[in-house]
Design a protein. Sequence first.
Length: 132
Amino acid sequence: SEYSKLNNLGFRLLHKGQVNSAKKYLERAIEIRPSVLPLGNMAHLLALENKLQESKAYIDVAKEYISNNCERAFIEHCQFCIAISADNKNEALPHLREALRLDNKTIVLYYQMNSNIAEWKQDTDILSIFAG
């Protein structure tokens, strides 16, 4: 579907650091079908732009669309990324733990793909959560 193509392209561009291009595709995906994935991706994107209040507002909307543990895990992962972007590790770590509890396999994949938090990939607290 067009929605899926737009969201997937926005996601890929976001994780390549092409934030402006990603935003256009995610906005269009949200227009077509507001749902957990594009709303969470947009929240992550806005956090990278240091628009934390706006980012959290997208998370709140995304929560209204959650229908399964995979989606819950994705939103927890997005909240982890938002807190990391705000340099708030104490807030971030519980979100990462919950995301991994809900859907370990998918969250490990997201974490590996996320070049935007590369500096945190060496953090011993975060690594210990993945090892736990």
